[in-house]
Design a protein around this ligand. Structure first.
Ligand SMILES: Cc1cc2nc3c(=O)[nH]c(=O)nc-3n(C[C@H](O)[C@H](O)[C@H](O)COP(=O)(O)OP(=O)(O)OC[C@H]3O[C@@H](n4cnc5c(N)ncnc54)[C@H](O)[C@@H]3O)c2cc1C
Length: 649
């Protein structure tokens, strides 16, 4: 656009639009830049927003003056604190800065005006109103009207979050970013609270929709529908629920009412002379604190692209090329985080250390090594508690051992470690038991395998210190009874999800009834995922004591679904929501698997994290069902898994 003085119309005077206005004027002083904002200069939603140190250094490179003003107005901290079930768990090494949204907007308004942009407040505009401009920037936020006019051309898609959140402030003394959890008669509520100046903190409350309804908040939300109104009934409810965390201080309201987070995606960020920026183009759940950052980073990239290209279409394409990968990476991290925040209320109560570790590892974005670098003592604490629980307090709680080496108490049995090894035949079974597996899964009948031989095999496995487990070809009661009578302590039958397990449970006798299921290749949070968890719940309620989950099909989908270990998200839901212990089958040779695409840790480390976080209880080699090929002796597990006492690097 450098050929002649262009007119750039920016619709929306939020952080994205205002920062762009300044940067455009700095890079192209001849440009006429107009920002249209429907509100007055000092009207805004929300309280404080956070930036990471890395984000701030990007701002510094783009515009030192604005950066300096933002930093001077920020409040910094480096810890995060989780308060759950009466306990406090702290993680260090999280350098963040927070600023009041009103202050940020004032700095950006002054910056834009100071650089010569024209700011027109109280002007709500649509595409027709800015038709004469050379470039139209839709920086009009998550509910963008400009985008709505071009929804088909842009390939717009939106997904509503399942939880409800409401953005409050508070004068309560929160020193660092704090996540208090409060149980009420209606369910578990949580808050994201962090200080952004000497007297005030952001306080975003979150709760799942069921609890929200039980608390009557659907009604109070409807009553506070008027634009600008706040839900004062919910404010009072939350003040009572979080009383111990608020220390007698009130919640502050500013258009504070419950909403569902809107996840925005557009296949294309521009059409003709219109380009999307910030929330209008994309959103990522606020729990990863990136919306304002992404909007302002968009501004930096778009200003640069418009300065570098005479042709507007080329400039837009360059802008999208630069920004899309980083934005989509953030959205990929944000999704599991959003899921975590949408589901904490459904999870069974857990030890606070495990709960905190589950939280801190929810996105998989941070490597285990990175976590240890940030706060080795907090990680060691979670590992110590995990091993202490695993040994019932009797074992030596040695941190740093791979979690696979920890014993497991399973319905009155103790497995010496978390390895469940499927054997091809009697020889392999005995070998795996001697090699140190916690449990050995034997296909029965091992042909030809008379009852006496089966009993002898179970004895040999038990004598070698492993739990003898039988895998049956069908759930025939005579077979189940036979396996239990032969001394197998765990009996795995192939009853499909939703099938009737009553006969299996009734005939298992002294053995523990278990099921082997294939994890469907679906998003864990889809309706199909929901049904799978419900089937697991029904099986657990009927007396099933372990689920062996294998993710052969989900493995194909793993990349697309953005999760590291195939099937882990659903296994996690089954374990933490249905409350039934889970053995996750992983491909043979997994001990050697490098990190997969989009996965922060290698497979072995990811399993350690999954065990310590309580997402799974046991690890089994895949495939569970098919007999192993000749030459694949021992299922690869004993050969390639870290030895149970392996130390994590
Ligand atoms: C609960 C919650 C907490 C958050 N916390 C953080 C955080 O800690 N860190 C962070 O980085 N981000 C956070 N965000 C995200 C952040 O608020 C947004 O991503 C950010 O505001 C996006 O900036 P924007 O400029 O794209 O849009 P907005 O800030 O939404 O600005 C859009 C502007 O356009 C105006 N407008 C809309 N339509 C029109 C029209 N037709 N004509 C004229 N003007 C119009 C609006 O009035 C508004 O001022 C949070 C979001 C939520 C919901």
């Amino acid at each position: 656009v450098s050929a002649r003085a262009p007119h750039v119309a920016i619709v929306g005077g939020g952080p994205g639009g205002l920062y762009l206005a300044r940067l455009l004027r700095l890079s192209e002083p001849r440009a006429r830049v107009t920002v249209y904002e429907r509100n007055t200069p000092d009207a805004t939603f929300g309280f404080g927003v956070v930036f990471s140190e890395r984000t701030l250094s990007g701002f510094r490179r783009a515009d030192t003056e604005t950066h300096a003003r933002i930093v001077a107005a920020c409040r910094q901290w480096s810890h995060m604190e989780l308060r759950y079930a009466g306990a406090v768990r702290r993680y260090g090494g999280f350098g963040f800065s927070a600023i009041a949204r009103t202050t940020l907007l004032r700095i950006l308004q002054e910056g834009a005006a100071g650089a010569g942009a024209e700011l027109r407040f109280e002007q709500e505009v649509g595409l027709d109103d800015v038709a004469g401009a050379d470039v139209v920037v839709a920086a009009d936020g998550v509910g963008s009207a400009i985008r709505a006019e071009l929804a088909a051309e842009l390939g717009f898609a939106e997904r509503a979050g399942r939880a409800k959140y409401a953005w409050f402030g508070t004068t309560a003394p929160f020193e660092v970013v704090t996540f208090p959890f409060a149980r009420t008669e209606h369910g578990l509520f949580a808050a994201h609270a962090y200080p952004y100046d000497d007297t005030t903190a952001t306080f975003v409350a979150e709760v799942d929709e069921d609890a929200w309804r039980r608390a009557g908040m659907d009604r109070s939300t409807a009553a506070a529908e008027t634009p600008g109104a706040s839900d004062l009934e919910s404010k009072a409810y939350l003040e009572a629920a979080f009383a111990e965390h608020l220390a007698g201080e009130p919640l502050l309201v500013n258009n504070s009412k419950w909403a569902s987070f809107r996840v925005i995606h557009n296949d294309r960020w521009h059409h003709g002379n219109v380009v999307l920026l910030g929330d209008a183009a994309h959103t990522a759940h606020f729990s990863v604190g990136s919306g304002t950052k992404m909007a302002m980073e968009d501004s930096i990239a778009l200003a640069r692209a418009l300065a570098a290209h005479d042709d507007v279409a080329e400039a837009f394409a360059a802008y999208e090329r630069e920004r899309r990968p980083g934005v989509e990476r953030t959205q990929r991290w944000a999704e599991p985080s959003q899921r975590w925040w949408e589901s904490f209320g459904r999870r069974r109560p857990a030890d606070p250390s495990q709960f905190a570790f589950h939280f801190i590892t929810r996105t998989g974005a941070m490597t285990y090594a990175g976590l240890c670098r940030r706060d080795a003592s907090a990680v060691a604490d979670a590992e110590r508690v995990f091993r202490h629980d695993a040994t019932g307090g009797n074992g030596r709680p040695a941190a740093r051992l791979h979690a696979l080496a920890a014993p497991l108490a399973l319905a009155g049995r103790t497995l010496r470690n978390r390895l469940l090894a499927p054997a091809r035949d009697a020889h392999a079974a005995a070998g795996l038991a001697l090699a140190g597996a916690g449990a050995v899964l034997v296909p029965l009948p091992v042909e030809p395998e008379p009852a006496a031989a089966a009993a002898a095999l179970a004895r040999r496995i038990a004598a070698a210190g492993a739990l003898p487990a039988a895998r049956l070809a069908d759930a025939d009661p005579a077979r189940v009874e036979g396996a239990a009578a032969a001394g197998f302590e765990l009996v795995v039958a192939p009853v499909e999800p939703g099938g009737d397990v009553a006969a299996l449970v009734a005939t298992a006798g002294g053995a523990l009834p278990a099921l082997a299921w294939e994890i469907p290749a679906v998003d864990a949070w889809s309706d199909a995922g929901e049904t799978f968890v419900a089937h697991a719940q029904a099986a657990a309620d009927a007396g099933v004591r372990l689920l062996l989950l294998s993710a052969a099909a989900a493995r194909e989908e793993a990349g697309r679904l953005g999760r590291g270990l195939a099937g882990l998200a659903l296994a996690d839901r089954v374990r933490t929501e249905a409350g039934v212990p889970v053995a996750l089958a992983v491909p043979s040779g997994w001990g050697l698997h490098p990190p997969a695409d989009g996965q922060a840790d290698d497979c072995s480390t990811a399993l350690h994290v999954a065990l310590v976080a309580g997402r799974i209880d046991l690890v089994a080699s895949w495939p569970l069902a098919a007999p192993l090929h000749d030459g694949d002796a021992g299922g690869g597990l004993a050969l390639t898994a870290p030895a149970p006492a392996a130390v994590i690097s």
